[in-house]
Design a protein around this ligand. Sequence first.
Ligand SMILES: [Zn+2]
Length: 115
Amino acid sequence: MAIDGKCFWLSPADEDPDWQPDDKESLILYVENGPMILAAATLEPPCTLCGARLGSVSWQYDGVWLWPGDTGHYVRLHGFRLPDAFVDDVRARNYQCVAVDEIDYEKLPWPSDPA
Ligand SMILES: [Zn+2]
């Protein structure tokens, strides 16, 4: 996976079926339900592992972290692991998103070097 500031995205090396925290379902729901802040007209390529269509290219943002909209798919269906720093933050706030009233897109923690 790559972490750049408060942005992360998964890569095939993150497949880790042994990652089974007790609160995995809560973490997945958090990732899946995080506010979507940007969706492009471009479609994601189908999942390389199961061929599922993943919808539009999108990003989700919880007020602190930014992650790609297909993240939940890989964690739920393919046993990918979430970054520890992200998981720690989510647990610390009891799986609740920080309220985001207004988004300044230029100030989002975009990756400086997108994979
Ligand atoms: Zn898949």
